[in-house]
Design a protein around this ligand. Sequence first.
Ligand SMILES: Nc1nc2c(ncn2[C@@H]2O[C@H](COP(=O)(O)OP(=O)(O)OP(=O)(O)O)[C@@H](O)[C@H]2O)c(=O)[nH]1
Ligand SMILES: [Mg+2]
Length: 236
Amino acid sequence: MTIPAGGGYEQFLPEIGPERLAFGRWLFAQECTFMRGVVKMDGLPPADRPEIAFAGRSNVGKSSLVNALTGRRTLARVSNTPGRTRELNFFNLADHANLADLPGYGYARTQRKLVDQWTKVIFQYLRGRATLKRVMLLVDARHGLKPFDIEAMKALDESAVSYQIVLTKSDKLKTAELGAVIRKTAETAAKHPAAHPVICPTSSEIGLGIDHLRALAADAAGLEPDAVAGYKPASS
Ligand SMILES: Nc1nc2c(ncn2[C@@H]2O[C@H](COP(=O)(O)OP(=O)(O)OP(=O)(O)O)[C@@H](O)[C@H]2O)c(=O)[nH]1
Ligand SMILES: [Mg+2]
């Protein structure tokens, strides 16, 4: 996975020092295993380590991003069919953190009641999970924030759940278009109290922003390079 030379997307990546990038890369290269998929709140894994959740509209690229971050092609199931991920899927990242790949919201092909049920469980989880350190709210870079996303942002604001907008599928845009959507998204995020001000553009397809998101997730999980067992910075 490499970014084509001259793409120019790199200029939009958040500023993160090389040490943090290296730590994030190391963390996500550790063993990551599927724990369980749950459909009900009472099936959640124990809340015993920091958790980072990946949420967003159906088909936005959540599962693909979890795979890109962990460098595994098939850890989380990816599909062309929207609404593929129907469970909250939990992954254990070397006992340091959990990753949660959530079902997409805003997908209404199945019966309305079923959709409401999914959405209810997702929001119950988002509101009630004590160890949830940050929600990475994925937004398709081609579309920007849509009404469903704004609704989700409001719900997260109300429950004071820290979230950060991550743009997906950036490879589908021209450089200038990506710049414009980042600016616009940042303007909206600034009006939402629980939204992190930094917008991270990514592409699972070409590997854009993956190291940056690893570092942001490590940071959000409260994992510090000098406090994590087994990590040795290159400089020491
Ligand atoms: N071009 C491009 N396509 C992508 C990228 N990420 C995901 N896709 C495609 O988008 C589709 C949906 O990807 P998923 O990762 O399954 O999306 P999801 O958000 O997990 O979908 P649900 O679980 O159904 O809500 C698949 O066809 C992916 O190949 C990306 O960075 N670039
Ligand atoms: Mg999925």
